[in-house]
Design a protein around this ligand. Structure first.
Ligand code: GDP
Length: 488
């Protein structure tokens, strides 16, 4: 099975850690060497393997071992975070946030309209699975995403879930523009018929650029919102075919140009993606044949080598065998230790929980000060940046203007600088900066010291005060519900 070797090598490495409280340079050195070897054996690109190993070293060294987990478990979690980031995930999301993110496909494709259909170009070497991927993607975009596992049990919740997920039931036109392999057109027509998707073709004599131009006109005339183009397959990278692809891009203004690469070719898949990206520009890759017994190097290397994400994976020969690429699921699969990851995540969440409880108590007692403000901000930043958090909130993401979010983030940075310029006493007694007779001169000193304007200091104080009042009010109304010791 794919990744088996890599998983077992990593679990061997982790066993050697013993019950340490801190991971030291010495204890980690041979482990990292073994991890590096295991990655190279799995056909991971050497630069990617080195980046990964350095990242794991940086994450592990000197970090306290969390209560309830062992050094080896924490080491595995560091590997997981590094793999996740490397494949395009985000390890800074809190466990809770990443769980929410898990229900959202890693790749979202632009939605077109019949007036302005979204064009998806597929390119790839012959035999990679390009034609099959075209049909798979068409079916994926046509179907509405329903969690079929749930349908049997509870149709209503399945429907509700589906209504919250991106609506996909798109009207897709498949375009046969691979005129060099006669069988490709026929293959696409047969596949299209089997899934009820119309295939536009003009035989093998027509010019691919004309075919695509006509197909888009047809889509607009007949109400297709998505056009998937199967472009020429090639045996090797070929200048003429690259130029043809460039010309097709020019006339079709695609929202996606995806390279179909075969996972069985290992890190070759990654170099190929980089080469295509340099030549014609890609938005991502579809990694096919992930059901085979390749060693996993492709999945780990593609993004690191080419800078382009894997958007989907092919997991079988059937038309339904396509999945969005989820970096977190892939990282767990590679390590084969999902239970360890969630254990460490829970331990980390526990720490945050304790912080949150302490914070609640402070707020209730209205002793919330600037040190708490800093902690609060840090709790938020542990969950990722504001934009990322906002995007995950149902209904909020699209309404928030990115400029507004950036403004808020810039302000938070300034606030932090001001807090850093305060004395310990000032941080603990906000009155000194708000109501005290020395408040004005103190605030002048602080704003000057932190490179902020005095008005910014005043604004911060007024916001801080509002926040303090709001929190103690919120705490009073919610306190008894949140804290059992206050019940009754
Ligand atoms: P093209 O030349 O790139 O258009 O490749 P095809 O779409 O004709 O696929 C080549 C072969 O790979 C066919 O036999 C497909 O059934 C097979 N294939 C494509 N995708 C997958 C996949 O995800 N898993 C497996 N096992 N086979 C695949």
């Amino acid at each position: 099975m794919m990744f088996d070797q890599l998983s077992s090598a990593i679990s061997e490495v982790a066993k050697n850690f013993g019950p340490k409280r801190r991971i030291s340079e010495k204890s980690i050195q041979s482990a990292l060497r073994q991890v590096r070897r295991a990655l190279l054996d799995a056909d991971v690109n050497v630069d990617v393997a080195d980046t990964l190993v350095e990242g794991v070293r940086a994450r592990s060294l000197g970090s306290e071992i969390l209560d309830g987990v062992t050094a080896d478990q924490q080491f595995i979690k560091a590997m997981y975070d590094e793999l996740l980031d490397l494949m395009g995930g985000d390890s800074t999301l809190s466990p809770l946030a990443s769980q929410q993110a898990k229900s959202v496909p890693a790749a979202t494709l632009a939605v077109g309209t019949p007036e302005n259909p979204a064009v998806i170009l597929l390119a790839g070497l012959q035999g990679a699975g390009k034609t099959t991927a075209g049909a798979k993607l068409a079916l994926y975009l046509k179907e509405r995403e329903v969690n079929y596992d749930m349908v049997d049990k509870d149709l209503d919740s399945a429907k509700m879930l589906a209504s919250r997920l991106p609506t996909r039931n798109r009207n897709v036109l498949l375009v046969a523009a691979d005129v060099y392999r006669p069988a490709a057109i026929q293959q696409l027509e047969i596949l299209g018929k089997s899934i009820g998707i119309e295939v536009f073709s003009k035989g093998t004599e027509a010019d691919p650029v004309d075919i695509v131009t006509e197909a888009i006109a047809k889509a607009k005339a007949e109400g297709f919102d998505t056009v998937i183009v199967d472009t020429a397959g090639r045996q090797v990278i070929d200048v003429d075919l690259m130029n043809e692809l460039k010309n097709i891009k020019k006339v079709s203004n695609p929202s996606e140009t995806l390279l179909i690469v075969d996972a069985m070719t290992g890190q070759e898949a990654a170099s190929l993606t980089a080469a295509f990206n340099d030549a014609v520009g890609l938005t991502g890759a579809i990694l096919t044949k992930m059901d085979g017994d390749s060693r996993g190097g492709a999945a780990v290397s593609v993004r690191g080598v080419s800078g382009k994400p894997i958007k989907f994976i092919g997991i079988g020969e059937k038309v339904a065998d396509l999945e969005p690429f989820y970096p977190d699921r892939m990282a767990s699969r590679i390590l084969g230790m999902g239970d360890v990851i969630s254990l460490v995540e829970k331990a980390a969440a526990q720490v945050s929980d304790e912080d949150a409880l302490k914070m609640q108590k402070k707020m209730r007692e209205a002793t919330f000060d600037f040190d708490d403000f800093t902690k609060q901000s840090e709790l938020v930043s542990k969950m990722g940046n504001l934009a990322g958090i906002a995007k995950m909130m149902p209904g909020v993401g699209n309404q928030l203007n990115m400029n507004q979010i950036r403004d808020v983030e810039a302000r938070l940075k300034k606030n932090k600088a001001m807090i850093n310029s305060m004395t310990k006493k000032e941080r603990m007694s906000p009155e000194l900066l708000i109501t005290d007779s020395t408040a004005r001169s103190r605030l002048m000193r602080i704003t000057k010291g932190s490179g902020c304007r005095f008005e910014e200091g005043l604004q911060f104080m007024s916001e801080f005060q509002k926040m303090r009042t709001m929190m103690s009010r919120m705490q009073k109304s919610m306190g008894s519900a949140m804290d059992p010791s206050l019940a009754g």
